[in-house]
Write a protein that binds this ligand. Structure first.
Ligand code: ADP
Ligand code: ZN
Length: 832
């Protein structure tokens, strides 16, 4: 990591105290490296690792976090002083260490990584603010010497506003601004903006002297005597006293002035967010043999971990990783709950990561029912205030289980015992902008640093995790049977080439018949269509042939504008042929537009008495999605049509039929993980059927009944799929065989972006020469233009992480045209 002194970052401070302690600060700006500052005497003792500071940087002050203390100066030079320490809550040092690791591994600025760990809205910043002087106000009113018109206008604007951030004044007018300052008409000074949210406090009174003495001082003053008596058992909130004793506030002031009591600020302990419909405390079910075996393995490892401070643990070991591979409904959640209870019993804490989509009140309720207020929930639907409250409950140790989506991995818990990552294969754990970290991988590192247990769980583990388990890095715990006596549903594959669906609705005759039958029984059905993104689906109607890149083994994407099929990895392109290369049929190649909306319409027409609901990102997110799912649970919906959102974790006993309308849409995505994702989705959605008393039935419609993602999912054969798919990726060096880094280049000017991409790819090629690093591209991204920016990609692949890193860092030093951004995506999950 780069390190430099901030000697040229400002002029206000003199480095008087050469001998004072030095610290290294990561500033919350997108700059690489850390900066040295000196700690002034008044801040002594508070400037430890994790302390949040304000430091001079250029003409302003910026917030930052102390990352190293004490630090050593490497380059001579003037060193500025830390301006202030803000907030009473330093970040826990192990979280700071985690962020340092993240910055290093994901090639991201450390300040950005730390930003993920600091609760939103609590940052303090400082910026230049312009205010008029008295003379300035008078001048604006027309007194004194006349000003040039431009300066007069600007002064009027400043007087009108009273105070104005300098940044709000157009750059072109800064010369006028300086002129006004020179004339003494305005001042420009650093002003601090307070944190948007702070911990809530209350005022508390306590006795400063013994009760008898306090009472003795009060001759016949009943209110004051009442207060002293009320404080005899300990401090009380003033608001509380005022509610009990009329006129208490004045009496408190008098007592404080007389030195009988002391009034202090005390932080209010936030209360746990309310959970609607909190079920009565649940008694755990008797574990099945498979659950028991998995749990025993986990707790045995956890018991070997020493009890003590985090630092001790890390040095003494204690880390162990498990992959729970349990079919849908095998009762993995129950295993997590027990593992967490075990950690709590040893005085430790826990973090549970779940995909954002499954973070419904039901899941939180399940945890609350078991652990009560010990659970703190963190998710993106909360306000900053609510998040800070939960953060503080964790930081203070009032809550010891953090439950949340990806960013909950930064929960400020001490004495970490276990981290659970549920549905570890889920794509939502990877952050796709800013610091592109993967929540699961960071979880493993955090557990390792804390000497804690990490439990990954899934019915369909990522190939990477399963490979790690196979190779012994994680202990593999298999749970092949459902916890309840309901068997996994039978899956029928329906060849769409034989059973032509009717139009865009994608309903083949057998599926329509199955839906009708389900409705007759008064049961429910889920219909799933993986119609994701923008890609139009191009397929040969006669043979199901889809088009693949000859170099990259990914599907080509149809670009409507150009009427061409393009490879989004290497840029290879071809026309859409007249004659299918698979079966030689002429004129059978179709560009299909599928969509859940069309399907929902068609279902309503076909089954007029059925209550149809649709669930996808277009109609529902967050609370709305919950409302729809709640209606399904109450059986107010007969047919639910949707995208991936219908495949996750739901447990609806009334659902006996799951229909997959077209398994191939996902297979045609330009992504080396397309097959894996399809397998996961099919397995997960199939797992929604037959959870109640009636057996479930799953119908998968497909143009590619022989695709391994389809056949293995139909047989519930994860291991078989793993073998085939891993082998498939071997030659091309995709994970789990090799590592991938994507360079994402974007900017408003298409020409500049393309040129930069070409140059970087060339440079990468030069650096990679002789090293085992494969440079692919540049090529336009599948989403070639997004929010006014043109996007290109370069893909780097290698079995050797160090070699890969050298190329990435080498390319990182290249100069880039202004306006063009180069993002490094380590272990990318999105190819879009
Ligand atoms: P998974 O997370 O593996 O999909 P869940 O933990 O959600 O599975 O469990 C599926 C269903 O089985 C839930 O309704 C749960 O209450 C039930 N269940 C879990 N463990 C047991 C058990 N030991 N005995 C009876 N029912 C169980
Ligand atoms: Zn290609």
């Amino acid at each position: 990591m780069m390190s430099m002194s901030a000697h040229d970052a400002g002029t206000s401070a003199r480095a008087r105290n050469e001998d004072r302690a030095l610290v290294e600060v990561a500033v919350s700006l997108p700059v690489a490296g850390m900066f040295h500052y000196r700690v002034p005497a008044r801040l002594d003792g508070r400037a430890g690792v994790g302390a949040r500071v304000l430091v001079p940087f250029g003409a302003r002050q910026v917030s930052g976090v102390i990352v190293r203390a004490p630090a050593e100066l490497v380059a001579p030079g003037k060193v500025l002083e830390v301006a202030d320490i803000v907030g009473d809550d330093p970040l826990p040092p192990d979280l700071v260490a985690l962020c340092v690791w993240i910055a290093e591994y994901y090639e991201a600025p450390i300040g950005e990584a730390l930003r993920a760990a600091v609760p939103a809205g609590t940052q303090v910043t400082a910026a230049d603010v312009v205010a008029p002087t008295e003379t300035g106000v008078a001048a604006a009113a027309g007194e004194g010497a006349a000003l040039p018109p431009k300066q007069r206008d600007l002064l009027a604007q400043i007087v009108h506003a009273g105070r104005l951030p300098r940044a709000k004044i157009a750059r072109a007018r800064h010369a006028d601004l300086d002129a006004l300052a020179k004339r003494g008409l305005v001042t420009i000074g650093l002003a601090r903006s307070a944190a948007r949210i702070k911990p809530q406090t209350e005022r508390v009174a306590r006795l400063a002297v013994p009760v008898d003495e306090a009472l003795a001082r009060l001759a016949r003053a009943p209110k004051r005597m009442a207060i002293v008596q009320a404080l005899a058992d300990g401090p009380r909130a003033i608001a509380e006293l005022a509610a009990q004793i009329p006129g208490a506030s004045a009496a408190v002031r008098e007592l404080a002035n007389a030195g009988a009591i002391v009034v202090e600020k005390r932080e209010l302990v936030p209360e746990a967010a309310a959970t609607p419909d909190l079920p009565a405390a649940s008694t755990p079910p008797v574990l099945t043999a498979q659950q028991r075996a998995a749990l025993d393995a986990i707790t045995a490892a956890a018991s070997r971990a020493p009890i003590g401070t985090d630092a001790d643990q890390a040095t003494r070991g204690g880390f162990a990783a498990f992959l729970v591979h349990g079919v849908t409904g095998s009762g993995k959640t129950e295993v997590y709950l027990h593992a967490i209870a075990h950690a709590l019993a040893r005085g430790k804490s826990a973090i549970v990561l779940v995909p954002e989509i499954s973070l419904t009140p039901q899941l939180a309720a399940r945890f609350r029912a078991r652990f009560g207020d010990q659970v703190a929930v963190l998710h993106s639907g909360m306000s900053d205030r609510e998040r800070l409250d939960e953060w503080l409950r964790l930081r203070r140790g009032h809550a010891r289980i953090a439950l949340g989506a990806r960013s909950a991995i930064f929960a400020p818990v001490a004495d970490l015992g276990v981290i659970v990552v549920d549905e570890e294969h889920d794509g939502s754990f990877k952050q796709d902008e800013g610091v592109r970290y993967h929540g699961r991988d960071v979880a493993l590192v955090r557990a390792q640093k804390a000497g804690a247990i990490c439990v990954l769980g899934s019915a369909t583990p990522s190939l990477e995790s399963y490979a790690n388990a196979r190779e012994g890095r994680y202990t593999l715990l298999e749970m092949p049977d459902r916890a309840t006596p309901k068997p996994l549903p039978a899956v029928e594959i329906l060849d769409l080439r034989k059973f032509m669906p009717d139009g865009d609705a994608m309903l083949s005759a057998p599926l329509a018949a199955a839906i009708a039958e389900t409705l007759e029984h008064g049961d429910q059905a889920i219909l799933f269509l993986n119609r994701r993104g923008f890609a139009t689906f191009v397929v040969c109607r006669a043979c199901g042939h889809a088009f693949r890149c000859p170099h990259c083994s990914v599907s080509l994407t149809y670009h409507q504008h150009a009427d061409r099929l393009l490879c989004h990895y290497c840029g290879y392109g071809q026309r859409v042929p007249e004659v299918c290369a698979g079966c030689n049929t002429r004129g059978a190649i179709e560009r299909k537009g599928l969509g859940t909306e069309r399907v929902a319409e068609a279902l309503a027409e076909r089954f007029p008495r059925a209550r149809v609901a649709r669930l996808d990102r277009d109609v529902a997110s967050g609370a709305k999605a919950e409302a729809i799912l709640a209606r399904v649970a109450r059986r107010e919906v007969d047919l639910l049509v949707g995208t991936q959102m219908v495949t996750k974790g739901h447990d609806f006993p009334g659902v006996t039929l799951v229909g997959v309308l077209c398994a191939d849409t996902g297979l045609s995505l330009p992504d080396f993980r397309a097959s894996e994702r399809t397998f996961q989705l099919l397995t997960q959605v199939a797992g929604r059927a037959g959870r109640g008393d009636r057996a479930g039935r799953v119908i998968v419609q497909t143009y590619k009944p022989e695709a391994s993602a389809v056949t293995f999912a139909a047989r519930h054969d994860y291991a078989g799929f793993f073998e085939v798919e891993t082998e498939e990726r071997r030659d091309l060096g995709y994970p789990p065989h090799g590592r991938v880094v994507a360079l994402r280049i974007d900017g408003p000017d298409p020409g500049a972006v393309a040129k930069t991409a070409e140059r970087l790819a060339q440079l990468a090629g030069v650096i990679a020469k002789g090293a085992p690093v494969d440079v692919r591209g540049p090529a336009p991204a599948p989403l070639a233009r997004l929010r006014g920016r043109t996007r290109w990609q370069i893909w780097l692949r290698s079995p050797d992480r160090a070699a890969l890193r050298r190329v990435v860092r080498g390319v990182g030093t290249a100069e880039v045209a202004s306006g063009v951004r180069v993002g490094v995506d380590v272990d990318p999950s999105s190819t879009l």
